[in-house]
Every structure is written in C-alpha cells, then in structure tokens.
Design a protein around this ligand. Structure first.
Ligand SMILES: [Zn+2]
Length: 200
C-alpha cells in the first residue's frame, strides 16, 4: 500500500489500515488529513492515542473500562447496588447506558463461552460475578449477554451457577433479534427487552 508515496506516509497508511473498518481509501484520506493538520493538532492526536493505551484499564469490581481502580459507575454512590446487569463486553455497558434509565451496576464478563473455540468458564470473569453476588445487598442479576449461540450458552451457564444463591435472575426478553448483539440494538428495542425481562 501507498506505492509512490514517501515511505513514512505509506507506513502510516498501513497503520490506519489495520484499524477495524478502515480500508485503503480511508487510510489514504486520513494520512492526507494528518499531513494538512497543524503540528500541535497532530501532536494532540498522537498523545490521545498513547493516553488511551497508557491510562485505560479494567475496573477492579466490574471489569468495565476505567481510568481509575473503580469505574465511574461502580464509584457512583447514586447507583442501585441491588441490581447487577451482566454483559459480555464494555460495549454492552455503553448500550445499556444509552437507554438512560438503568441505574444498577454491571458485571462485564470480558468474553462469552464458546466450547468450540475452547473458551470455558475459567477464560471469562464468571467467578468474580459469583463472589460479587454473595453480597446480601444484591437482589437481582439481569443477564444481558448477546442473543448468539455463545451469548445464550453463557446466559444458561451463569443462571445455572446462580440458581442456588436465591437471587432473582432475569434475562433480557427476546425483543433483541435472534443472533443479535446487545451493543447494536437500538435504544427502543433494548428498552423493551429490558422491561420485558423474565425470570430464568
Ligand atoms: Zn466498575
């Protein structure tokens, strides 16, 4: 890629091209954008990229993305600590937060079970969920994993694990289409799926 361009430009094109959803044409336009930007803006972009990598980590409690030990949601004392919504990844948190009315906590599993790919319970943050739900303050666990084979397998496994705990366990209703990822559900659909959640 970037034939006929200076080597440094071709290199940046290659870097942009490795980003998801960026094709050769977009990468080329991005490099020209960098070239036409003011030096201070380019420095700011480079710093922003480095800062994300350096400063973002997983919340010690829920595994959501965070700049601190605890994420903004876990450290917000106005959140309802009696409900934990279980999602596969940080994108699931963002989707739920976009609805604007869920006020409980989250648990990010950082993956989903996929026996075919050799991904078992020890590869996702399921033990941490069990230990969080031993807190008597927790009254409901909402399983909001995706409606894919992996998401359903994970939902079944998690609900099986919790059954003995006596905590109310619910699963988002099937308003979210079969095979769909929670993160891509529109706000209205996700809201209905949340309101119609059922005990499992
Ligand atoms: Zn957190």
């Amino acid at each position: 890629m970037g034939k006929g361009f200076p080597v440094v430009m071709a290199r940046l094109m290659d870097e942009f091209c490795r980003m998801p959803g960026v094709g050769a044409r977009s990468a080329e336009r991005m490099v020209f954008h960098v070239l036409q930007s003011r030096p201070e803006d380019v420095a700011s972009l480079a710093r922003a990229i480095e800062d994300v990598k350096r400063n973002v980590r997983f919340c010690a409690e829920c595994n959501n993305l965070s700049e601190r030990e605890l994420c903004g949601i876990c450290s917000d004392d106005k959140r309802d600590r009696s409900i934990i919504c279980v999602v596969e990844g940080p994108n699931g948190v963002m989707a739920m937060e976009r609805m604007g009315f869920y006020n409980g906590l989250y648990h990010v599993l950082l993956g989903s079970l996929s026996p075919i790919d050799g991904i078992g319970p020890s590869d996702i943050k399921v033990d941490e969920l069990v230990s969080r739900t031993s807190d008597p303050a927790v009254r409901e666990v909402i399983i909001a994993t995706d409606f894919t084979t992996e998401g359903e397998t994970t939902a079944l496994f998690v609900s099986g694990l919790m059954r003995k705990s006596g905590i109310k366990i619910t699963r988002l209703a099937r308003g979210v289409p079969e095979g769909a990822c929670v993160e891509y559900a529109d706000v209205g659909t996700l809201q209905r799926a949340y309101e119609d959640r059922r005990a499992v």
